[in-house]
Design a binder for this molecule. Structure first.
Ligand SMILES: C[S@@+](CC[C@H](N)C(=O)[O-])C[C@H]1O[C@@H](n2cnc3c(N)ncnc32)[C@H](O)[C@@H]1O
Length: 424
């Protein structure tokens, strides 16, 4: 293990590494979950909208200077700030719930659109027969009382009849944003957990409250600039974005920490009817970046030249092989993760203009007591792909599960969340 430590510090010396305590609260969900827009729903993987302002200041980038791109836009945090700072924005995400949320936040609404939203009335309550029949989702009967589930269904039907496209999307977003908070289950770790104290809420009331809150927030988006939000896979970016056209990119890809976003957001995805079958869910999982064990791990990785991707990844794999891991597919998942990130970074290089700055927010993880130092590995990959790695700024050190903590001892300092700043 001492050898491993020596290797890591040698690699670390190749980069300009520092700590910035101001960044801690910008990457820590708990500190900003009550901000406008961010409080629409429980989107724990998001970073703070304010990280964009920090990024502009830190890199001395002028406001209103071109095109901003977030390839993993999630709940749209960076796109709102970029738009408010005078950038045209482009966002992509594979999760249809995320892109719905983002589009609703940054959309340009006319007075007529707003009037349609305001005029929408919740339907009159009535019983519905065969309420659960259309759902393949095994948890569907456990999530709400029959009364609330009926209200959700009645609302969906009424929203579907709204003719104004933007109003319809807005209202549907309001509905999906109430789905978790009104449920008997809540997001917890890598999935859902039954709430200890169940308070029966009135879904119609929650919806009306959410609609009002969202109407207030959208007043704060400057809307004269164009935006594009695409639900799809980042491997298609060259088809969507012109070569050398993007001025800034700031994003947070999935971390290779075994979190499956499709598991975490399953209430919204199923009850919002973004997915209708387990087959569809499987397809979505296959297209996302491989960052968890539900991904397609049947692929052959023997032809991937790990050393060519990153020296540190090669070394990490060597040490990981000696450990008794809780799942035998972990090494494969990690290889695929960095392999896919390498392909993505190559594509990113093409669309960024010369001199354009990119910030990557990433968290390190650990398996079998071996830290997966993703900030250094991704910095190596970016360097290999001709980006200039300007700095790695540590935003915060993470807590790891106590069992892991014992094993990891001296290496604990590598379990951190950082921002890698690179330039074309
Ligand atoms: C850490 S989250 C980003 C959160 C975002 N910064 C925010 O503030 O809400 C990573 C996102 O990457 C998306 N993602 C995963 N694989 C993808 C792929 N192949 N193409 C596009 N998006 C992907 C996930 O759906 C998830 O929303």
């Amino acid at each position: 293990m001492n050898d491993y430590l020596k290797h890591i510090s040698k690699i670390e010396k190749n980069f300009n590494l520092s700590i910035n305590n101001d960044l801690k609260s910008l990457v820590n969900y708990k500190d900003y979950k009550n901000l406008k827009f961010q409080n629409w729903c429980n989107y724990q993987e998001g970073f703070s909208q304010n990280i964009f302002d920090w990024f502009l200041n830190h890199n001395k980038i002028k406001k209103s200077s071109g095109i901003f791109f977030d390839p993993f836009c999630g709940s749209g945090s960076s796109l709102i700030s970029a738009k408010n700072n005078g950038f045209e924005v482009i966002g992509i995400d594979i999760n249809p719930f995320s892109t719905l949320l983002t589009e609703t936040k940054i959309e340009k609404y006319s007075k007529r659109d707003i009037q349609h939203i305001k005029d929408f009335k919740v339907p009159t309550y009535r019983e519905i027969k065969k309420l659960y029949n259309k759902f393949e989702f095994s948890m569907v009967r456990k999530l709400y009382s029959r009364k609330n589930f009926t209200k959700i269904e009645l609302l969906k039907r009424s929203i579907n009849k709204v003719n104004n496209k933007k109003a319809k999307r807005f209202l549907f977003t309001a509905l999906t944003c109430c789905l978790e908070s009104s449920s008997y289950y809540r997001k917890a770790g890598n999935g859902l957990k039954k709430r200890k104290n169940i308070i029966e809420v009135d879904f119609f009331y929650e919806f009306k409250k959410k609609k009002q809150q969202m109407l207030e927030d959208i007043k704060y988006v400057k809307n004269h600039l164009s935006h594009k939000v695409i639900c799809g896979n980042i491997n298609k970016i060259e088809k969507i974005i012109d070569v050398d056209s993007v001025d800034i990119s700031l994003f947070s890809p999935p971390y290779p920490n075994c979190f499956d976003y499709f598991e975490v957001y399953k209430i919204e995805l199923w009850i919002g009817e973004f997915i209708e079958s387990y087959e569809e869910l499987k397809k979505l999982r296959k297209t996302a970046i491989t960052s968890n064990l539900n991904a397609d791990l049947k692929r052959d990785v023997s032809s991937i030249d790990i050393k060519n991707l990153s020296n540190l990844l090669f070394l990490t794999m060597k040490y990981l092989k000696k450990e008794d891991l809780w799942n035998k597919n972990i090494p494969k998942m990690l290889i695929l993760y960095f392999y896919e990130m390498d392909i993505f970074i190559k594509k990113l290089y093409k669309i960024i203009r010369k001199g354009g700055n990119v910030g990557i927010v990433i968290g390190n993880s650990s398996y079998g007591g071996i830290p997966i130092i993703s900030d250094l590995i991704l910095a190596e990959i970016a360097k290999q792909n001709k980006f200039k790695v300007k700095e790695i700024i540590v935003a915060r050190n993470n807590e790891t599960a106590s069992q892991q903590y014992k094993k990891i001892s001296k290496l604990i300092k590598y379990i951190r969340e950082s921002v890698i700043i690179i330039e074309k």
